[in-house]
Write a protein that binds this ligand. Structure first.
Ligand SMILES: NC(=O)c1ccc[n+]([C@@H]2O[C@H](COP(=O)([O-])OP(=O)(O)OC[C@H]3O[C@@H](n4cnc5c(N)ncnc54)[C@H](OP(=O)(O)O)[C@@H]3O)[C@@H](O)[C@H]2O)c1
Length: 244
């Protein structure tokens, strides 16, 4: 479970563990991973991993496989979304977003592939409705591009490894859980820019105040991971009902 130190990834990790799955929680912030592992319950492993570092991905996957006795599912939720208009987005920001949201997903998958092959396992990736269901949101252009690339990455992995169940999980606006499980995605957004962009998002109905209940997302991911050895769920979307 990659990207499990905060937000939706943390909610999914804790939710899967409580449903009986043995889980390794991975991300960079080890203190937060330890708290997540404690909340998830006995048997949950905390494993430090920076997805932008290929060697770190390899080490983390091997540590998780050794601790869990193999890997039959990968859930990739690591993601960043800096708020910047495209005209203000520099190459360094593009690289950071693509490294985390796309290249990191490829590195972790590559590291876990032998285990997923051996187990006939499943790999699920959290994407965003802003890459496929709505047009890209102004201010989140690099993010939407990266998630569209992630969507294609999932298809490309499936084309080369049909024995693994690759799933794209498209998610709409969701406020996560409590404490560390609140998404920190927007923590560094500039307040003035939010104030400029929010009315545009609202006017275009991308943000109506309607949110996905994170428990519904956890339930869907659980279903994806437990679809059965012969079935696969290539793609699923969990988005809010629009009431605005
Ligand atoms: N919240 C929403 O409404 C929403 C909607 C659609 C899609 N999503 C997707 O859901 C996922 C989780 O987002 P969130 O909203 O819950 O935000 P979040 O709280 O910021 O979670 C992001 C997670 O990614 C991890 N991460 C970031 N960079 C990393 C790196 N280099 N190496 C390893 N882990 C890294 C973070 O851990 P560390 O910083 O500890 O490494 C954190 O655990 C993202 O993929 C996001 O695109 C969210």
């Amino acid at each position: 479970m990659v990207g499990a130190s905060s937000g939706l990834g943390r909610c999914i990790a804790v939710g899967l563990a409580r449903r009986g799955d043995e889980v390794a929680v991975m991300a960079r912030r080890y203190d937060m991973l330890s708290r997540a592992a404690e909340e998830a319950g006995p048997g949950t492993l905390a494993v430090a991993c920076d997805v932008t570092d290929e060697a770190s991905c390899r080490r983390a996957v091997e540590e998780a496989a050794a601790g869990l006795g193999g890997i039959d599912a990968l859930v990739y939720t690591a993601g960043i979304g800096p708020l910047k208009r495209l005209v203000d987005t520099d190459a360094e920001t593009w690289r950071r977003v693509l490294d985390t949201n796309v290249v990191g997903a490829a590195s972790v998958t590559k590291a876990a592939l032998a285990h997923l092959d051996a187990s006939g396992g499943v790999a699920a990736y959290l994407s965003s409705w802003s890459a496929s269901i709505t047009p890209p949101w102004p201010g989140l252009g690099a993010y939407a591009v990266s998630k569209a690339a992630l969507d294609e990455l999932v298809e490309a992995w499936r084309a080369e490894h049909p024995q693994v169940g690759f799933t794209r999980v498209v998610v709409g606006n969701c406020a996560g859980g409590q404490g560390d499980s609140v998404p920190q995605f927007s923590a560094e957004w500039d307040g003035d820019l939010v104030a400029e962009l929010f009315p545009i998002w609202s006017a275009r109905n991308y943000y109506t105040g309607s949110l996905v209940d994170v428990e519904d997302l956890v339930q869907v991911v659980h279903q994806v991971l437990h679809a059965g050895a012969t079935a696969t769920i290539p793609s699923v979307a969990v988005v809010p009902r629009q009431v605005g």
